[in-house]
Write a protein that binds this ligand. Structure first.
Ligand code: SUG
Length: 447
């Protein structure tokens, strides 16, 4: 079996990172609506995480931001005139739609696509299905650039298959890897892929949340598994508990994370915990692996603390030297109940033996923790060599990107700034310069 590593592709925060309250059901996004953001700090916080993990020997890469605002969106709904006219009119008549056209949400690259490593797929290639993100206007058009980006990075058809987004209709609501976890004995071995859905389009009897929307459908998860040629006995489809969606768990990666043979989850994460465990155990047995569940009960961490601290939106990483590290947001250290739980967890002698925490406050205020910020792509040596090399995080790339951010990013963005035509020019100038750093000359359609 070829050796394989998990690359974490972190979304580089774009120059228009802002707080627009666009994600109903995402508590942080709603609580911080219209507050002033700091795109420069947001990008630097994300880069600091990437650099620190790369320095620790984890395979780390970067996914570039998308061009904003999306003038196509604004013009398609009747705003006309020069770019400045379009911005001014949209600001006056439809400010929420204007914010949607400016959203830097592609930074949460866990929502970019669902990825299946070559060890799991029907044709032995790495498969990507771009997520349609059709439940929110501001994310519903990300898939166009995401597809273009993934095709640029993974262009070698001998190793990679990039599927376009599923049809953009409610039946196929798809939020990518945020609702997908792979469990395995080792990254290069065949694994079990678990898809978590919040709603079933064609079964009105199936449980669904009452307050907040469920973004992922069973039908979408099944379609992705089919596109990737996954074997049914290695594929597990489970329902998220709709009650937790109503408490602010808008993606499954807000309440569970898996890596290797370990599943770290809250007892209320799934509608049928026992059924989920039995299905995973069966799947794992069929790939010659044994599941190690790390279950967090209400007595240890309440749902309110889990959502507020983003404990489960952590990255669970296999360390090059052995053992597993849990990469948590700083909020987990600041919440005394969660901090106490975590201290006990690493001292317990279980599989998770280290905590690494980061200040990701700018992203967290929009509901994006460490796990939201990264897309996992398991690659064997030949695949890693075949992907575009310019996005791999190194000390030199880190230094160049920090310099680029310092030069191009503002340190404050208020809602009224979204009417500023100069900001649109700044963003395009910045992205043009970025493609030179990343050696991706035709990444954007304006190039
Ligand atoms: O889709 N927030 C994102 C956060 C995504 C988190 N990703 C994962 N859990 N994997 C979302 O809700 C807020 C944007 C705003 O309100 O301005 C936003 O889109």
């Amino acid at each position: 079996m070829p050796t394989a590593r998990e690359y974490n592709f972190d979304g580089l925060v774009g120059p228009s990172h802002n707080y627009a309250g666009l994600s109903f059901g995402n508590v942080a996004s709603f609580n911080n609506v219209k507050s002033v953001s700091n795109p420069k700090q947001a990008a630097l916080q994300g880069l600091a995480k990437m650099r620190a993990l790369a320095q620790r020997g984890f395979a780390q890469a970067v996914l570039p931001p998308q061009l904003r605002p999306d003038f196509r969106l604004l013009r398609s709904i009747g705003f006309t005139g020069s770019d400045a006219d379009v911005l001014a009119r949209a600001f006056r008549d439809a400010p929420a739609i204007l914010s949607s056209a400016w959203s830097a949400a592609p930074m949460w690259s866990a929502n970019a696509a669902t990825v299946s490593p070559s060890a799991d797929t029907g044709d032995g290639r790495v498969h990507f299905t771009v997520a349609n993100l059709n439940s929110k206007l501001h994310r519903s058009y990300e898939h166009l650039q995401t597809e273009r980006t993934l095709r640029a990075l993974f262009s070698d058809a001998r190793h990679f298959a990039v599927h376009q987004a599923l049809p953009g209709t409610p039946a196929f609501g798809d939020e990518g890897a945020a609702n997908h976890t792979r469990l395995c004995a080792s990254h290069g071995a065949a694994g079990v892929e678990m898809f978590v859905y919040g709603r079933v389009e064609f079964n009105p009897e199936a449980p669904a949340p009452k307050r907040f929307p469920a973004r992922q459908t069973l039908e979408a998860s099944q379609a992705v598994a089919r596109l990737h040629g996954l074997q049914p006995q290695h594929t597990v489809l489970v329902a998220q508990d709709p009650a937790v969606i109503d408490m602010g768990v808008f993606h499954s990666d807000v309440i569970a994370v898996g890596n290797g043979n370990v599943l770290f989850y809250h007892e209320q994460a799934f509608l049928d915990e026992a059924g989920m465990l039995a299905a995973l155990q069966r799947g794992m047995a069929s790939v010659g692996a044994e599941l190690v569940p790390v279950r967090v009960g209400f007595a240890q961490v309440s749902m309110a603390d889990a959502v507020a601290s983003y404990l489960f939106n952590s990255q669970l990483l296999s360390k090059p030297e052995g053992g597993m590290a849990l990469v948590v947001p700083q909020e987990c250290r600041e919440n005394s109940r969660v901090a106490t739980y975590l201290d006990g967890l690493v001292a317990s002698g279980g599989p998770i033996d280290e905590l690494i925490s980061f200040d990701l406050r700018q992203s967290m205020r929009n509901g994006g923790g460490p796990a939201c910020l990264r897309l996992r792509v398991v690659l064997d040596e030949a695949e890693a060599a075949a992907m575009h090399q310019g996005v791999i995080m190194t000390e030199a790339l880190y230094a160049e990107l920090v310099q680029w951010v310092e030069l191009h990013y503002r340190d404050a963005l208020a809602p009224a700034d979204l009417a500023d035509p100069q900001l649109a020019i700044e963003v395009q100038t910045a992205l043009d310069a970025l493609t030179k750093i990343l050696q991706l000359p035709q990444l954007y359609s304006f190039q």
